[in-house]
Design a binder for this molecule. Structure first.
Ligand code: ZN
Ligand code: ZN
Ligand code: FE
Length: 757
């Protein structure tokens, strides 16, 4: 019996070799019919024996092309055969709404690597080799539909050989839009610091040589320009730090292979898998002490960020190179990463000694993603290259199209429609004109790519955030837009729910640096009973003034002094502690008067600030060079039996007082207890207070699910301790995986809340 079946496959199925895959499979099973792209995904019609069709369909589901991501399959069976003569690939129909997700940029695949290093291949050693399974995507797409004329590859006309591969349904490069070869594709350029071309036959070999001799080389990658140097050479790494205006943030590194990275870090099987996945994120790994990485790569930290090569240029650069290289964003302090040649030469000319650039334009800059393995599972810390613009599929449907503008630090935005939330690439800290420009341009770009027209705009309640101002301006320009303000920590909890595909009420624990509270104070140590619709605050860290506002964030010593003063009055000035003895008394007097007069002393319930205070109190660090540095260093030194925790007081109304913890830290320090143990006890205390509030909420509300969100949960020690204690008490614990716990995940939460309201 002959029958016909109509199949629609939705998900990431375009530009990833799906049609040739279906074609080959249909030929294998001797089925007749056709396959084509449409705006909903890929449409397949097959006719033949129903049993064979069944096996054909199973083959599609079980081994789709590596980059494909099938979200849903619809089928209509038992249609009358129309007697197709054979199986063929039909040209795309590009009418209606494009709904098909666009693939992120993908690391060079193993087939391409074999060709890259295969002397007989026509792309032997060609630095821009790619195919339908790998290479640039999101970063080169200018518009839709996704074909070559809508990418930056339109600058290059395909040669005859490339075109015949591009047009052959059975070729691995069938409709690989960035297809290129040495005859027709992009080329490398090696330049000196003043932008003058350096004549050479092998720019990569020369760049490698320069790096080995101690130079800093700017290298253009997939989503932007990296600054690279030998990570074992203390002098050059120090020079790089100085030239980047003494930036304090740790530098990411790249090494040839997992084995090479294992010389410097302990790598679990899960971490090796994460390093090797096709998104190739930077993975935070525990460093092996004394393994030779220059001190200035990650000063004061126990972890190192490593990634594996992900472009042919990287693979060629690491050929015969058994050194780890620094691969840090090519930018000056907080500005966005450079991605255009001219701009890179201009902005990085004082930093890099040489430039290894190329003439393939990057349309959308995308920073490297950052991830870690926590409690055996992947946890995203920055979701960008390799992931964006892949949407997050939600368990619910967005009733209307929503643009969520995110927060300020680590900004991302999110546009949601149907059951997809298009979470943007990492935009950065929205504090300057450059970043704001890439925010607004990014929104326009994503709107165009996915044909989105938001009807609702969600934003943070902080009146000074540039993202908030942007939302308000949009609403001024368009009366039909509905504005929905979403409280920062409610957005954190909602983000965690959406990340887990969960719904319904949870005990929400949101701990971070700062977020604008609904009472106008700066929150950050919050407990809620929350769902998407609302968040009822059931407990929070007691308010404490932050003398000088933002200055108190940059100078944790201020928080330590304020907490000491709160715990023991002016007596604290007599304590024989190194922190107190070295305290700048004049400035402290001045701050005291400010607090008495309530001048520029916003009140906060931030857990991040309490971490700062303890770090300063044990004399780790009085001022910081990058966000959360003191808290990160406090985590880094923690060691010893964590069981002996300190104890917070909890008032009947859910106000959590840190005074007993501060006093216990002081007592221990006076007794000569080592700082690493004090830090461990402090971490344990925070985990215990989370458990106690959760137990209360379970008793009072009958809830058994806890969601943990906010930047503080990037602290691995606290995260693991808190999740362990909660799990031991029988709680179901939701944590972040696909989306960062930090403010990079805020926009997803805002979209979910705006939808529920
Ligand atoms: Zn490939
Ligand atoms: Zn060619
Ligand atoms: Fe936050």
């Amino acid at each position: 019996m002959q029958t016909r079946t109509l199949i629609t496959v939705r998900g990431i199925v375009q530009g990833v070799g799906f049609r040739p895959f279906v074609y080959t499979l249909a030929r294998k099973y001797k089925l007749r019919g056709r396959v084509s792209n449409d705006t909903a995904g890929v449409v397949i019609e097959v006719e033949g024996d129903p049993c064979i069709i069944e096996r054909f369909l199973a083959g599609i589901l079980h081994s789709p092309p590596p980059l494909a991501h099938i979200d849903a399959v619809e089928r209509r069976d038992n249609l009358l055969p129309v007697n197709f003569p054979d199986f063929r690939i039909d040209a795309s129909t590009s009418t209606g709404l494009p709904q098909t997700p666009i693939s992120p940029d993908i690391a060079t695949c193993s087939d391409c690597l074999n060709e890259l290093f295969g002397p007989s291949d026509r792309r032997y050693r060609y630095p821009f080799i790619n195919c339908t399974n790998c290479g640039p995507r999101f970063s080169i797409i200018e518009g839709i539909p996704f074909d070559r004329s809508q990418t930056t590859m339109r600058d290059f006309e395909m040669c005859r050989a490339c075109r015949s591969e591009y047009e052959n349904p059975l070729d691995r490069r069938f409709h690989a839009e960035p297809i290129a070869c040495p005859d027709c594709g992009p080329e490398l350029l090696l330049l000196d610091a003043r932008g003058r071309a350096i004549p050479c036959s092998d720019p990569i070999a020369d760049a490698r040589e320069l790096i080995c001799r101690g130079a800093i080389v700017a290298i253009k990658g997939l989503g932007g320009v990296h600054l690279s140097c030998n990570a074992l050479d203390a002098a050059v790494v120090e020079r790089l730090r100085q030239r980047k205006f003494r930036e304090g943030k740790p530098f990411a590194m790249m090494a040839k292979s997992v084995n090479e990275i294992a010389k410097y870090c302990n790598i679990s099987p899960a971490e090796a898998e994460l390093l090797s996945c096709c998104a190739r994120p930077i993975v935070l790994l525990d460093r092996t002490p004394g393994a030779g990485i220059a001190q200035a790569v990650a000063p004061g930290l126990r972890t190192l960020g490593f990634m594996l090569p992900y472009t042919p240029v990287h693979h060629l650069l690491f050929e015969g190179l058994d050194l780890p290289l620094v691969m840090t964003s090519g930018n000056v302090s907080d500005e966005p990463i450079c991605y255009e040649n001219e701009d890179a030469l201009e902005r990085l000319g004082e930093i890099a000694d040489y430039f290894l650039l190329n003439n393939r334009r990057i349309h959308m800059r995308t920073d490297d993603s950052v991830a870690a393995v926590r409690s055996g599972k992947t946890s995203s810390l920055r979701r960008s290259r390799g992931y964006a613009p892949m949407p997050i599929r939600t368990s619910f449907s967005f009733e209307r199209q929503i643009l969520a503008c995110g927060a300020e630090l680590k900004n991302t935005f999110c546009i949601a429609r149907g059951e997809y939330a298009y979470l943007s690439h990492h935009i950065g800290d929205l504090k300057n004109v450059e970043t704001l420009r890439s925010f607004t341009e990014g929104i326009e770009h994503v709107k165009r790519l996915f044909d989105l027209r938001p009807e609702v705009v969600a934003f943070d309640l902080h009146p000074q955030y540039l993202s908030t101002k942007y939302a308000r301006e949009l609403a001024l320009q368009d009366n039909a837009l509905e504005l929905v303000g979403v409280q920062h920590h409610h957005a954190h909890i909602a983000s965690c729910l959406a990340d887990n595909g969960a719904e319904g009420e949870v005990i929400g624990v949101a701990m971070d640096g700062l977020g604008f509270g609904s009472d106008g104070k700066l929150w950050g140590g919050e407990f809620f009973v929350a769902d998407f619709r609302c968040a009822e605050r059931i407990a929070h860290l007691d308010y404490i003034p932050m003398p000088g506002g933002a200055q108190a964030v940059r100078e944790p010593w201020r928080m330590a002094a304020v907490y000491l003063h709160r715990a023991m009055g002016s007596e604290f000035l007599n304590l024989q502690l190194p922190f107190v003895e070295s305290l700048d008394r004049k400035t402290w007097q001045y701050l005291s008067r400010m607090m008495d007069a309530r001048l520029n002393c916003p009140e906060t319930s931030s857990m991040g600030r309490l971490f700062d205070a303890v770090a300063a109190l044990i004399n780790l660090r009085g001022s910081i060079l990058y966000e959360a540095q003191a808290a990160i260093e406090l985590e880094t030194i923690a060691e010893g039996r964590i069981a002996d925790g300190y104890e917070f007081d909890i008032d009947f109304d859910g106000v959590i007082r840190a005074e007993p913890v501060i006093c216990a830290v002081v007592d221990d320090l006076l007794d000569g207890r080592p700082a690493p143990e004090v830090s461990a006890s402090f971490h344990a205390a925070v985990a215990e207070v989370i458990l106690r509030i959760a137990l209360d909420a379970r008793d009072g509300r009958g809830l058994n699910r806890v969601a943990l969100s906010g930047g503080v949960f990037q602290n691995a020690l606290l995260f693991e301790r808190a999740t362990l204690r909660l799990a031991e008490a029988g709680f179901e614990v939701l944590t972040h995986h696909r989306v960062p716990a930090n403010d990079g995940g805020i926009s997803l939460g805002q979209a979910a809340v705006a939808n529920a309201k």
